[in-house]
Each structure stands twice: as structure tokens, then as C-alpha cells.
Design a protein. Structure first.
Length: 453
């Protein structure tokens, strides 16, 4: 194994859909014997040489240098144009955007700073280099790709620009608490509390618990969620918009609560999601975040309960603690993971708004597992220990991030929990915000059709 695979992987991400027409024009590494097609020459910073000598590369100090307004993590902000003796114009780049992109895509910083974790064992977004340098809200790897296209065009290589529209939209929902009254004890307690305050509805908790009354449990807003999601899907089409529900299957930690797959109401919920053409995924437990070997067992339990093949995952509490834990997902048969966002601050954790295959910088192996960077998680916005935003600021943050995804023809991954959509008051604006975000996405679809017409 040599460093060529890591470099090829990174260039493939940077070039995106234009990989075939761009790669042959880019030289990186040995530049002594350039062939005529190589018009863009990027000077390596030495990052990959140190990595493949098993030498850890430290996180650069701030402030970072910038090239044409874009921060670079390795290399120098220098660009020179040159015309060779045989008349071939080339551009020489000393900014190592290949190593910079690899650093972000592989969560390399989380490997060299293993002592930095929060109470849940997660790497905090506020500790990340992109946050500290002020560019977490920008998909900087995609900006590097845009610079590559621009530079190639300047030396006479025609590279098409991707359309400024959403390539894919995932409306995802983590089902941590499907029902407020999920045990006999809690339903009896709620009934007794309602007898004096609201006797007409006093027995609703008991009726909901026994499956005799649907949609009256405050957390059971799944029909409403599906209605909203289907409306956006009808606007864009099923090939663009997918609705995904991630279910807990097991777990022994208090944060996993009691496993609910054997609840008599769960079968009805599974049928509703399948009927609406939604997808089911595994919400691997908080316990599995600490002991990843549990994931395969939990996946099997969900498959048995829902009678589906489970291939998608998101960790409960986003507790994908160490980059190497991705290998356990892969070995368990998970093909796509939707965990890659920071809990404490919104932004682009992998530096991109495009799905990428996971590359393990420790084993230096390219895996078959696809990572889908998360764009927005609702509790990141309003949680007092996270961003603690009011409605107006949360709305603006969502729209700004989605504009970035649209600009780079990326993939929007939204996460709203059903229990956070249970109602609306001055302390919980999430239902209104979700409607506003979907309306914003619908407006962008209408603008796209109007422009194409």
C-alpha cells in the first residue's frame, strides 16, 4: 500500500462528477516529467509522506493562510502561471489543497487529538479547526473543487460547472421516543393526571398505549411528518427526496431508554412508513457507541422486527466516537452512515456537502462505507448547551447552510426528531421551523423549474 490511493481518493472527491475530464490535467507529487495534458501542478506539502511513514501530522496553528479567499490547511498561498518552451500554459499551485481536503474528509484532527472528547465521548465541533478558524459553515472541500475547475479553465481546459441545485435531499427522523406514553405505568400516571384537568381526554393515554387510539399521543406525529415529507417529495421527485426513519433496536444505557420494538404499536408505524415509500434505518444505540460490536446484533433485531434489510445507520446522540469505529459498521453490513455532523454546532464536519466513501487514515484503507454529511440537526440549534438560538437565528442558519448545499450541487441531510415536532410554543419552535425549511426547499425547486423554462 502506498500513498497513491489516498491521493486518488481525495482528487476524486475534489473533482466530483468531472473526475474523468479533470484528473488527467492535474499533476500532484512527482512533477519532474509533466506530460502535455497536465496543466495544473500542485506542490505537495509533505503531509502524505509523513502519514505513510506513520508520522502523525500535527494540527496547524491559527490563523490559516488563504488563497483567493479560501482557507488552506497545508501549503502556501502561492499561484504562478508559466508557459513552457513548447507553448503549453500551466499553473503552479503551492497551496496543498489535496492534503487539506484529506485532513477534513478523514476527520484526521480527531485522530491526533484523541484526548479531546465531550461527556458523551464525541469530538466537539467547537474544538474543531474549521470552527476555530471560522469556516465550519462553508463546505471548504467543495470550494477547493471549485477552485480547481476555475484554475483549469484559466489554462485552457474546459470543465463544466455543476448546476446550482440540490442533488439529493434526505428528510431523516431519529425515533428515540416514538410515544410519550410508552409503558403501562406512564399511561396510567398520565390518565390520573388528566382526570381532573381534562376528563374528556383523560383516558387517551391508556387507549393510545393499548393501540386503540392513534395520533393522540403527543409524540405520535408520524402521519403529520409523512404528509410534510411526501409534499416535498412530490415537488422534487422520489429520485431527489427520500424520507428516512432511524429506529433504536436495543441498548442498555439509560439514554437508550427501554427497547420498544416489541410494542404492539410498532408494527402499525412500520407499515405506515413503508406504505408512504419511506425507508427504515438503524439508530445504533448509545451503548453501541461505547461498544461498537453491538451494532451487528442491533441491526439483526431491527431487520427481524421490521422485516426489511437494514443498510443505513445513524448513531444515537451522534456517538460515533472514533473514526476507526466505522469499520464495525462496514463489517455489520451497513452501506451508508448518516451520523457525520457535530452535535454542538451546525456545519460541515467533513468539509463537504457531498456523500463520500470513508477512508481510514490509520489503516490507510478506502472502505465501501458511504458517509452522508449531516446538514442540520434541530436540537443543535436550540439546545441551551449547544447553539441556543432563537427562532429567527435558527431559521437564518438553516437557510444559509442549505444555500451552500445548493450552490455546490450537494446533498442536504436534515434531522428532526418526532418528539421535537410534537407541538409549538415559545420554548419549542421546531414544528414551525421544519415547515419553514421545507417551504424554503420547495421555493428553490420552483425557482429551478422557472429558470429552466
Amino acid at each position: 500500500m502506498n500513498q497513491d490511493q489516498a491521493i486518488s481518493y481525495t482528487l476524486a472527491v475534489l473533482c466530483g462528477d468531472n473526475y474523468e475530464c479533470m484528473r488527467r490535467h492535474i499533476a500532484y507529487g512527482n512533477t519532474e516529467a509533466l506530460h502535455n495534458d497536465q496543466r495544473l501542478v500542485i506542490e505537495p506539502s509533505g503531509f502524505f509522506e509523513r502519514l505513510y511513514r506513520n508520522t502523525l501530522v500535527s494540527v496547524p496553528a491559527l490563523p490559516l493562510a488563504e488563497i483567493q479567499g479560501v482557507p488552506i490547511i497545508f501549503g502556501r498561498p502561492c499561484v504562478k502561471r508559466n508557459v513552457s518552451q513548447d507553448g503549453i500554459e500551466r499553473m503552479f499551485i503551492k497551496a496543498d489543497i489535496v492534503a487539506s481536503a484529506f485532513f477534513l474528509l478523514t476527520r484526521y484532527e480527531e485522530i491526533v487529538r484523541r484526548d479531546v472528547r465531550d461527556e458523551h465521548g464525541r469530538f466537539p465541533g467547537r474544538e474543531s479547526l474549521p470552527f476555530r478558524a471560522g469556516f465550519l459553515s462553508r463546505p471548504i472541500v467543495d470550494e477547493y473543487g471549485a477552485m480547481l475547475r476555475k484554475w483549469l479553465c484559466e489554462v485552457g481546459v474546459d470543465v463544466p460547472e455543476p448546476p446550482k441545485q440540490f442533488k439529493k435531499i434526505y428528510l431523516t427522523h431519529d425515533v428515540d421516543c416514538p410515544w410519550a406514553w410508552r409503558t403501562f405505568r406512564s399511561s396510567v400516571k398520565a390518565t390520573l393526571a388528566k382526570v381532573y384537568r381534562n376528563p374528556v381526554q383523560a383516558f387517551n393515554p391508556m387507549l393510545c398505549y393499548f393501540g386503540l387510539l392513534y395520533n393522540r399521543d403527543p409524540y405520535d406525529c408520524f402521519d403529520w411528518i409523512l404528509e410534510q415529507d411526501i409534499s416535498l417529495r412530490d415537488t422534487y421527485g422520489l429520485e431527489i427526496v427520500e424520507s428516512v426513519f432511524f429506529f433504536l433496536a436495543a441498548g442498555t444505557a439509560p439514554k437508550d431508554r427501554r427497547c420498544y420494538l416489541k410494542d404492539r404499536r410498532i408494527e402499525h408505524l412500520f407499515r405506515s412508513i413503508k406504505h408512504s415509500r419511506g425507508k427504515l434505518g438503524l439508530h445504533s444505540s448509545y451503548s453501541a457507541g461505547k461498544s461498537p460490536e453491538r451494532i451487528a446484533v442491533e441491526k439483526e433485531q431491527l431487520e427481524k422486527a421490521a422485516n426489511v434489510n437494514v443498510r443505513w445507520n445513524r448513531h444515537h446522540f451522534l456517538t460515533s466516537r472514533e473514526p476507526e469505529h466505522m469499520a464495525v459498521l462496514e463489517s455489520a453490513g451497513i452501506t451508508d452512515d448518516f451520523t457525520m455532523g457535530y452535535a454542538d454546532v451546525a456545519g460541515f464536519r467533513l468539509g463537504t456537502c457531498h456523500p463520500v466513501r470513508w477512508f481510514d487514515p490509520v489503516s490507510k484503507r478506502l472502505s465501501s462505507l458511504t458517509l452522508h454529511p449531516m446538514t442540520i440537526m434541530e436540537c443543535t440549534l436550540d439546545h441551551p448547551e449547544y447553539m441556543n438560538l432563537g427562532y429567527a437565528d435558527a431559521r437564518r442558519t438553516c437557510f444559509d447552510l442549505l444555500e451552500q448545499v445548493k450552490k455546490h450541487h450537494g446533498e442536504a441531510v436534515l434531522l428532526w426528531h418526532n418528539n421535537r415536532l410534537a407541538g409549538h410554543n415559545r420554548h419549542n419552535y421546531q414544528k414551525k421551523l421544519y415547515v419553514d425549511v421545507l417551504q424554503f426547499l420547495m421555493t428553490k425547486s420552483i425557482q429551478k423549474r422557472t429558470t429552466s423554462d
